[in-house]
Design a protein around this ligand. Structure first.
Ligand code: COI
Length: 356
């Protein structure tokens, strides 16, 4: 259990226009900080006024990217409660990422306590408008001021909060996806399963290319055979083929184990859908499309929730899915998940955690 010291800002900021939030543009009045060194372990947990961090330019994070992050959201329910969605899943993934990046562990309980107390300290920043929430961004950076390549001995754990609306400008409207054949985001044995900034840095080039051709996002293929589907944009991906819902399996470790991904699988199975986690090649997908069996495709993620895919194009082939409209399964998943998250429908899974 952390004993968190708290200092309230003397200069609260103006709140943004909650009807035009976008994603990740505004930050609340406070942030959580905690330091690590070898002697003290994690020490001095504190909530302080939001401010720039002052770091030595030689800090290891700037050079070798020893850093991790998480993403989750807090919601205001119509009866005035504040809740998180499956923070235990983020805590579990945080530990798996730390393990991969040689970052000292934080207990799941301390991680969730730090998030909950920081959200409650800035609770007047949680937006109430339909489709909005408070995005929570915990991250850890390596701060040893030296240039040798080895795990840092000092770290900062920070949590910042951002009132947000939809992640993609398209919102729940279907997006156009381009299949990326040259660049990959992760490979087996690498850090694909971990939530590290480097994975996102290596995705930028493909994303830039897709945007140049008029697409919103990239469909990432496996890094070895360049044949099997991994992810879409910064999300996990699902396809409805005949009566089967298929999502790439996590077995190779190149795919992020998304909380929304896991929730969609559980939700679909609870409603009697056949969900398969397996390898899926572009070839198989296009063959299903040609037979008229590719009914829906969608990305899943905390930031975007469900992002339907309206078309999936390669250099030589274009596949318009469900006439470019949102399909019934995507709509059901979006309505059910956001309904549970915003507390407007019951949560039979026990996924929500009321913190205030
Ligand atoms: C999330 O969905 O929370 C993510 O971390 C993706 C990020 C690119 C916003």
């Amino acid at each position: 259990m952390l004993n968190i010291r708290k200092e309230r800002t003397k200069e609260p900021k103006m709140k943004p226009d909650y009807s035009n939030l976008g994603f990740g543009r505004y930050f609340t009045d406070h942030m959580f900080l905690m330091n690590y060194n070898k002697d003290l372990g994690w020490y001095d947990p504190r909530i302080v006024p939001y401010a720039p961090l002052s770091l030595d330019p030689s800090c290891m994070v700037f050079h070798y990217a020893q850093e991790m992050f998480e993403g989750l959201k807090a919601y205001y329910t119509p009866d005035g409660k504040i809740q998180l969605f499956r923070p235990d899943k983020n805590a579990e993934r945080m530990q798996n990422t730390n393990e991969r990046l040689c970052i000292p562990q934080i207990s799941k309980e301390d991680f969730i306590q730090a998030i909950s107390e920081t959200v409650m300290f800035d609770k007047d920043w949680i937006p109430k408008e339909i489709g909005t929430s408070l995005y929570i961004r915990p991250f850890i950076i390596a701060t040893d001021p030296q240039l040798g390549v080895h795990p840092s001995k000092t770290y900062i754990f920070c949590i910042i909060l951002s009132p947000v609306a939809a992640y993609y400008a398209e919102g729940i409207n279907p997006v156009k996806i381009f299949i990326e054949r040259d660049y990959v985001r992760a490979v087996k044995g690498g850090t694909g399963f971990a939530k590290v900034g480097g994975n996102y840095a290596s995705s930028l080039k493909g994303q830039e290319k897709a945007e140049k051709y008029g697409y919103s996002q990239v469909l990432w293929l496996d890094g070895i055979e360049r044949k099997y589907i991994d992810e879409v944009g910064a999300m996990n991906v699902f396809f409805v083929i005949g009566d089967e819902v298929v999502t790439p399996s996590l077995a190779d470790g190149s795919i992020l184990p998304g909380v929304t991904r896991a929730s969609c699988i559980e939700l679909l199975r609870s409603k009697g859908y056949k969900v398969t986690e397996r390898k899926l090649s572009v070839e198989e997908l296009y063959a299903a499309y040609d037979r008229g069996e590719l009914k829906e495709a969608f990305g899943t993620g905390t930031a975007a929730v469900i992002s339907p895919i309206g078309s999936l194009d390669d250099e030589n082939k274009k596949a318009v899915i469900n006439d470019g409209k949102i399909g019934p399964i995507s709509q059901m998943l979006y309505d059910t998940l956001t309904g549970i998250q915003w507390g407007v429908i019951p949560d039979p899974f026990g996924w929500t955690r009321v913190i205030g």
